[in-house]
Design a protein around this ligand. Sequence first.
Ligand code: ADP
Ligand code: MG
Length: 293
Amino acid sequence: MAGRKQPQTTAAATGAITAAQPQVAGGDANDIARMVEDLDAMLSRLRLGAIRDQLDGLLEEAAQRNWNLREALAWLCAAEVASKEQRRLAMAMTIAHFPCVRTLEGFEFEAQPSIDPSKIRDLATCRWVANGDNVVLLGPPGVGKTHLEVALGREAVTRGYSVQFTTAMELLGSLVKGQQQGTLEVRLAQYAKPRLLIIDELGYLPLEPEAGHLFFQLISRRYEQGSVLISSNRPVEEWDEVFGDQVVAAAILDRLLHHSHVVTIRGDSYRLREKRRSGLFRPQAGGSSSAEH
Ligand code: ADP
Ligand code: MG
């Protein structure tokens, strides 16, 4: 039809991105020299800090191995990816607030025969975190509950899940404060956020009267959304005493145990075992395990 515009097919019209090439008029040696001069700045602008910082070493190694340009580029990219992953992990570990560094490799299963190693190795795959299941670790002081919590938490961080470690006292202290100051909602949302919330040491110290209700609110909020890994020195039958309310304790356990793995650890404190071995601790000589609490 006369006057009707023909569809434009140029890259500019279709919005397609054309290959942008740097200006090297006739391959002028000055142009490329200038680009080399700008290399650090360009790498910084592209946020390729690992390539920038290790460039000489990386290029030297690539030359020594006689790699072609594509191979060398892949080598540089791999160094950048590894560095970014390392930084992501370090950042996520910091955010998780683990109280110490403990790993599954550092856990002596022979020292705690009541634990089934294959069960822990299965938990280390973090399938339970992917499914939003919970883990309850029960046992007396010193048997490795915190060790396993940190180790499993680190496995979850390594697999890319957001993790937060806290103690029951810290968590409930924060929620009680939130209730008093009118910031409960914010605090509940904060604790509901991480994919895995680790709550250490439930039952060691007496809780405030309203703690049970607050804990119930948190567990309800996380129910079937995100995982909880919780440890306690008290068997679940005693949690009504822990929370000071039978009904609330039953409601908490109902949700917590619905999709859960319970690991009950029996046996001696690892700490006292170490001390006994080194001869520092002799129970018959007036020593008391109360030091454990
Ligand atoms: P709990 O939290 O049950 O009181 P911890 O996890 O704090 O016990 O363990 C006390 C100390 O003993 C920690 O330093 C921990 O790393 C160590 N520990 C406990 N059990 C083991 C184990 N089976 N293998 C290696 N270290 C252990
Ligand atoms: Mg502990």
